[in-house]
Write a protein that binds this ligand. Structure first.
Ligand code: AMP
Length: 282
């Protein structure tokens, strides 16, 4: 596996691979890898000649009072995991490499897609995500880029950016990987105490309850949201950021469950903000 920190060096390597006709599958991450990340790597490995993984904790997608400074990292473990998944190139730039002091260009998607859900409570988050991905896409030049459905809004926003800016990249969304308990895997789970981890199960429980309600014929969004709220509030440690039921592709608010539907929640358990979601077609 080739580990590279420099954009110039990676450019040279990628240009050579592209000119010899290799297809490139790309998995952007912030590191502290778990089975969720590895599921994307395996999908990329199965469908491309070359697999590139990036590990970069992007400062531009963190708000002022968020966890940038304490975001977990273990590069030695991450690179060993990538090696064992037969990753070809591990790109691990530092912040100055990505954003030199003169850096001053941003990519922003406006409207419904970014002003609600995580976009409402994390101002500037998707501007940071789009900006770093626009850069990575230009550097890595992937044919296919792999994202987890865990970050459902991110998938919708990235697809929109790729369409609006005419990137010739296929965005592949991969299913959420969970612990046996139902808790969605996340690097941020490392912040949770054992008690918090148990309490965090209310996220998945509320989503499953909503799914069952819909499968039993309930279509009223307010009634479903109220039931979810009740389940989450059973945990003393839970503080709801949002519970939303929206159109899966456009993220537009729904009053009635119809079509491709995304049920998405963000809940703080203690000091840790967790997200989860499920999508249904009705
Ligand atoms: P992150 O390192 O948190 O930025 O995540 C990198 C990629 O891994 C994103 O596309 C995430 O959606 C994806 N990912 C994170 N957790 C999971 C999970 N539990 N299941 C599937 N994909 C995930």
């Amino acid at each position: 596996m080739y580990i590279v920190k420099s954009i110039d060096e990676l450019n040279k390597k990628i240009n050579k691979l592209k000119s010899s006709g290799k297809t490139i599958g790309y998995v952007p991450t912030m590191g502290y890898l778990h089975e969720g990340h590895l599921s994307l790597v395996r999908k990329a490995r199965a469908n491309n000649d070359i697999v590139v993984v990036s590990i970069f904790v992007n400062p531009k997608q963190f708000g002022e009072n968020e966890d940038l400074d304490k975001y977990p990292s273990d590069f030695a473990k991450d690179s060993a995991l990538c090696e064992s998944e037969s990753v070809d190139i591990l790109f691990h730039p530092n912040a100055l490499e990505m954003y030199p002091s003169s850096y001053n260009t941003y990519v922003e998607t406006f409207g419904e897609m970014t002003n609600k859900l995580c976009g409402a409570s994390r101002e500037g988050h998707f501007r940071g995500v789009n900006t770093v991905l626009a850069k990575f896409f230009n550097i890595v030049k992937p044919n296919n880029a792999y994202f987890g459905q865990k970050d459902a809004q991110q998938v919708a926003v990235v697809k929109k950016m790729v369409k609006d800016l005419n990137y010739d990249i296929n965005i592949v969304a991969c299913p959420i990987v969970r612990e046996e308990s139902g808790l969605a895997l996340s690097s941020r789970n490392a912040y949770l105490s054992e008690e918090e981890k148990r309490e965090a199960l209310v996220l998945n429980q509320s989503i499953n309850y909503a799914k069952n309600m819909i499968e039993s014929g309930e279509t009223n969004v307010d009634r479903i949201k109220n039931q979810m709220k009740e389940i989450i509030n059973k945990s003393k440690l839970a503080d709801i950021d949002y519970i939303e039921i929206v159109n899966f592709d456009t993220l537009e608010q729904l009053d009635v469950v119809k079509g491709n539907v995304l049920i998405a929640i963000a809940v703080k358990i203690g000091n840790t903000r967790l997200i989860d979601n499920v999508s249904l077609n009705y």
